[in-house]
Design a protein around this ligand. Structure first.
Ligand SMILES: C=C1C[C@]23C[C@@]1(O)CC[C@H]2[C@@]12CC[C@H](O)[C@@](C)(C(=O)O1)[C@H]2[C@@H]3C(=O)O
Ligand SMILES: O=C(O)CCC(=O)C(=O)O
Ligand SMILES: [Fe+2]
Length: 340
């Protein structure tokens, strides 16, 4: 059975739960890291330990690649609905509208979810635009290649900050460099809030993308200059992230939390819809090969330190993640129970 990824506005308004944003703080200073600075390694470790989130400047991704992909994404999202749907339903890859995942989550967005492999991208661009697939394809493939290179640099700098030496310096980066790396790419388009929403919202906010952590190792996020992204900080309050279209935001994923035996925290985040303007975001999710064991890196473990988690492969984690709702804590079922 083909399940449509489209949800009409009136159905959406009935399904969506407006959220109370009283516990939102505006804004904090987000750790900003110059990738080429000598302090980068210690600053990355601090940011990943305290927040699981930081901003990268001096990243080496050319501005024209970001703007070119943003323009192409805008063109894609302005196509007639039937053409967007020629990308197929997002199970797991394709075009989605308001429905996120398979378990009843909804958000005020439309998106294109892709495997990050150039072969997959060539195929999907051909389905979307059989007569002229190359412009979108090139913009995606070139951007992803650059962002992946930057993610590798971030992971190697992070490993240095964790005091990993020699071969171990590549312990994290090699997982996303692997030919079989299971990395994803996502374009999200959040239209402005519909007027009809105000009537039912009693001043509360409309969720663009509900709260969640990303299951992978690392996420690299870039958006246009429209706000909406929020991260959850230690005490459970939400902090608005000021948008910056020249920079990238790095998010620690669940797998990196496990590989650091809980030293780094996967960051809970969400997106709120804007009143007037549309937000466009592009996210690279760096994931390991499917058969990869996800466990604390032996080289970071102190003498006698035990893993906080049961052993699992990325394939097992993904299977379990795809059965969960967006806001579920997906790591919980893999946390070792302690016998006291
Ligand atoms: C509700 C869901 C959507 C999601 C798969 C899941 O069952 C739980 C994790 C979600 C998430 C969050 C980060 C990424 O955007 C994503 C592609 C991923 O790998 O995990 C999404 C999944 C999705 O949109 O399909
Ligand atoms: O669109 C954004 O800024 C964040 C989206 C997100 O968290 C995701 O796609 O996993
Ligand atoms: Fe996310």
């Amino acid at each position: 059975m083909v399940v449509s990824s489209h949800l009409a506005l009136d159905q959406f308004i009935k399904t969506c739960k407006p959220i109370n944003t009283n516990n939102t703080l505006f804004p904090i200073v987000i750790p900003t890291i110059d990738l080429n600075s000598p302090n980068a390694k210690s600053m990355i470790v601090k940011a990943c330990t305290e927040l699981g989130f930081f901003k990268v400047v001096n990243h080496g991704v050319p501005t024209h690649m970001m703007t070119q992909l943003e323009d192409e994404a805008r063109s894609f999202f302005s196509l007639p609905q039937a053409l967007k749907e020629s990308a197929g339903s997002p199970n797991p890859f394709g075009y989605g509208n308001k429905k996120i995942g398979r378990n009843g989550d909804v958000g005020w967005l439309e998106y294109l979810l892709l495997s990050a492999s150039p072969e997959f991208i060539a195929q999907i661009c051909l389905s979307i635009s059989p007569d002229n697939p190359d412009v979108f394809r090139c913009a995606l493939v070139n951007y992803i290649a650059k962002v992946k290179k930057m993610a590798v640099q971030v992971l190697e700098t992070m490993a240095e900050g964790l005091n990993l030496k020699g071969e171990d310096r590549n312990a994290l980066s090699k997982l996303i460099k692997d030919d079989e790396s299971d990395s994803y790419f996502r374009l999200n388009h959040y239209p402005p809030k519909p007027e009809a929403f105000e009537a039912i919202s009693s001043g509360r906010n409309l969720v663009g993308f509900g709260e969640h952590t990303d299951p992978q190792i690392i996420s690299v996020l870039r958006s246009n200059n429209i706000g909406g992204l929020q991260i959850s900080v230690n005490d459970g309050s939400w902090v608005s992230v000021p948008p910056d279209d020249n920079s990238f935001f790095i998010l620690v994923g669940d797998s990196l939390q496990v590989m650091t035996n809980g030293r780094f925290k996967s960051v809970k985040h969400r997106v709120l819809a804007d009143n007037k303007k549309s937000r466009l975001s592009m996210i690279f999710f760096g994931g390991p090969p499917l058969r990869q064991k996800i466990a604390p890196l032996p080289c970071i473990m102190q003498q006698g330190e035990e893993s906080l988690y049961e052993e699992f492969t990325w394939c097992e984690y993904k299977k379990s993640a795809y059965k969960s709702r967006l806001s579920d804590n997906r790591l919980l079922r893999f946390v070792k129970r302690r016998i006291i």
